[in-house]
Design a protein around this ligand. Structure first.
Ligand SMILES: [Mn+2]
Length: 459
C-alpha cells in the first residue's frame, strides 16, 4: 500500500478490496459505539459488502430504537477451513470420497487415477479466516473489545485491522489508524469517512444511517453540552439532520424516557453521595445489591447517574462513580472544572478516556473492597505524593498499604446496613482500618455512607 495515501484513502482501498468485513467496538457499548457500528454496517452493506457486527457485553436497551439494533451479534466464532493438499507428482488424483468410520470419525478416501499416492504426498494446513478486514470503532485498545479479542487473537494478526477512534488514549493498534482527538465522537469521524467511501454512491448516508451517526454525536457530547462540542460537531450534526436523522426521536428515547428501575437506581446513588472537601470531588457507589434492589438490568449502565445527576454538583472539580459490573468494579470520572483532566485519574487504574470523561475497570473485586484504595490513589495523585499500594487487582483482605497514604480530612464512616433488601455487606466494608484518623465530629454527612457507585462509559 502506498505510503502517499492518507489513512482515509487507505481505508477506502482496504474496504474496496474486501468482501467480508467484521465491525467491532468496545464491550458494553455506549451510544457512540453502537451508533457508529450500525451506521458503518449499513453503509458498507449498501456498498455490497458482507458485514458482521459483533459486540461483547450488554448493549443498553435504551438504544433499541436504532435501526438494525438486533442485527448485532453477541457471539463470535470464526470458522477456519482445514486444507488437505495433495501432491500429484507421483500419481494423479481420481476420486475423493468421504466415509463414516464411527459416530465421531470420518475418513477422506483419495483414490489415485493411476500409480500410488503415499502419506508423503499429503500436506495438511489451516485455512485463513473468512474475514478480509476488521474495523474497530471507538475503542482505545484491542483488549477493550472484550472476549472476542481474547478468544480470536490470531485473527487480529492475520487480517488487516482498521482503528477509528477519538480517544486521546488510543494506542494506534491498527494497520491503519484514524484517531482524531478533536472529534466529539467516533460517529463524527465516520461522516467524512462514509462520504469518501460513498463517492460513487450518491445518498449513501440515508436517514437510518444519519440517525445512528447523530445518536453517536448527541450521546458523546451529552446533547451538545460537553466541552468537546466544536463548531465541526455542530455542523456535522446539522448535516445529519438534513440527511433525515430523527433528532426528536433520539432525544426522546435517550433523554426523556427513564424506566422506573433507573429512577430507583438513581435514588440509591443520590442517597450515597459523599464529598471530599479538601480535593473538591464527590463520589457515589452502586453495588450489585443496589442494581438488584432497584430491579435495574445490568445492561443499562448507570451512565445517567454521573451525567445527569452527579455532574451537576456545585463546587466540585470532578465527580466519580464506582459501580459493580461483571464481577469487578468500574469507575467513571467526569470533570466539572475544565482544568482538571480526569483521563489522568483514570490512568491511575489503567483506564483512559477524555479530559472531561474517563473510566476504568478493576476485575474480580467489589466496590466495598476497592473504594478506599481508589480514593486513596486519587488523593495521593492530587496531593503529588505517591501511593504505595501495589497496583494489582487482587483482593486484599485488609488494605494495609492504604494506611500509608495521608488521608484527607474526611473519612468515610463505617457503613451501616442500609436497608433490609441490601445484601449483607462484605466483611471488608464493615471493617475499618483501626489506625484511621478519627472522624471529624463536625461533619455534616449522615452516618450512612454509601459505598457503591455507578460506572460510566468513556465518551
Ligand atoms: Mn465515543
Amino acid at each position: 500500500m502506498s505510503t502517499e495515501l492518507t489513512p482515509k484513502q487507505q481505508i477506502n482501498e482496504l474496504v474496496r478490496n474486501a468482501n467480508s468485513i467484521l465491525l467491532l467496538t468496545h464491550a458494553h457499548p455506549d451510544g457512540d459505539a453502537m451508533g457508529s457500528v450500525l451506521a458503518l454496517k449499513m453503509g458498507l452493506e449498501k456498498l455490497g459488502k458482507q458485514v458482521t457486527a459483533a459486540i461483547d457485553g450488554n448493549i443498553p436497551e435504551v438504544l433499541n430504537f436504532l435501526p438494525q439494533f438486533a442485527s448485532v451479534q453477541k457471539e463470535l466464532s470464526f470458522q477456519k477451513d482445514l486444507l488437505i493438499i495433495l501432491d500429484e507428482n507421483q500419481a494423479k488424483v481420481g476420486n475423493i470420497t468421504l466415509r463414516r468410520v464411527s459416530d465421531t470419525k470420518l475418513m477422506v478416501v483419495v483414490s489415485p487415477k493411476d500409480g500410488v499416492l503415499t502419506a508423503s504426498d499429503v500436506r495438511i494446513e489451516e485455512g485463513s479466516f473468512n474475514t478480509d478486514l476488521v474495523i474497530v470503532l471507538d475503542c482505545t485498545d484491542l483488549d477493550r473489545i472484550g472476549n472476542f479479542y481474547q478468544q480470536n487473537s490470531d485473527l487480529f494478526y492475520e487480517v488487516p485491522v482498521v482503528n477509528i477512534d477519538h480517544h486521546s488514549t488510543n494506542v494506534n493498534f491498527g494497520k491503519v489508524n484514524i484517531v482524531d482527538v478533536t472529534a466529539s465522537s467516533t460517529a463524527e469521524i465516520l461522516v467524512s469517512l462514509l462520504e469518501t467511501l460513498g463517492k460513487d454512491t450518491p445518498g449513501l448516508i440515508d436517514p437510518q444511517i444519519a440517525t445512528c451517526l447523530l445518536t453517536g454525536i448527541i450521546t458523546d457530547t451529552n446533547s451538545f453540552q460537553n466541552s468537546n462540542t466544536t463548531p465541526k460537531s455542530l455542523t456535522v450534526a446539522a448535516q445529519m439532520v438534513a440527511a433525515g436523522a430523527e433528532q426528536q426521536e433520539i432525544i426522546r428515547r435517550i433523554y426523556m424516557t427513564r424506566s422506573l428501575s433507573q429512577l430507583r437506581l438513581w435514588g440509591r446513588a443520590l442517597a450515597y453521595i459523599k464529598e471530599d472537601t479538601q480535593y473538591h470531588f464527590a463520589w457515589t457507589n452502586l453495588s450489585k445489591a443496589d442494581f438488584v434492589a432497584a430491579q435495574a438490568p445490568m445492561s443499562d449502565g448507570p451512565q445517567g447517574v454521573i451525567d445527569d445527576l452527579l455532574k451537576t454538583a456545585e463546587g466540585m472539580d470532578f465527580v466519580v462513580l464506582l459501580y459493580e459490573r461483571d464481577g469487578g468494579v468500574k469507575g467513571s470520572f467526569r470533570s466539572i472544572n475544565p482544568t482538571v483532566n480526569v483521563a489522568t485519574l483514570a490512568a491511575l487504574f489503567n483506564g483512559g478516556g477524555h479530559p472531561q470523561a474517563a473510566a476504568f475497570s478493576i476485575e474480580n473485586a467489589t466496590v466495598a473492597q476497592k473504594e478506599q484504595e481508589i480514593l486513596g490513589k486519587i488523593r495521593a495523585h492530587l496531593s503529588g505524593k505517591s501511593f504505595t499500594l501495589p497496583q494489582d487487582t487482587e483482593l486484599h483482605e485488609e488494605p494495609a498499604a492504604q494506611q500509608q497514604i495521608e488521608m484527607p480530612i474526611q473519612q468515610i464512616e463505617p457503613r451501616e446496613p442500609r436497608r433490609q433488601e441490601r445484601q449483607p455487606a462484605q466483611p471488608s466494608q464493615q471493617r475499618r482500618p483501626q489506625d484511621r484518623p478519627p472522624r471529624e465530629p463536625n461533619r455534616q454527612r449522615t452516618a450512612e455512607q454509601g459505598q457503591s457507585l455507578p460506572p460510566l462509559t468513556e465518551a
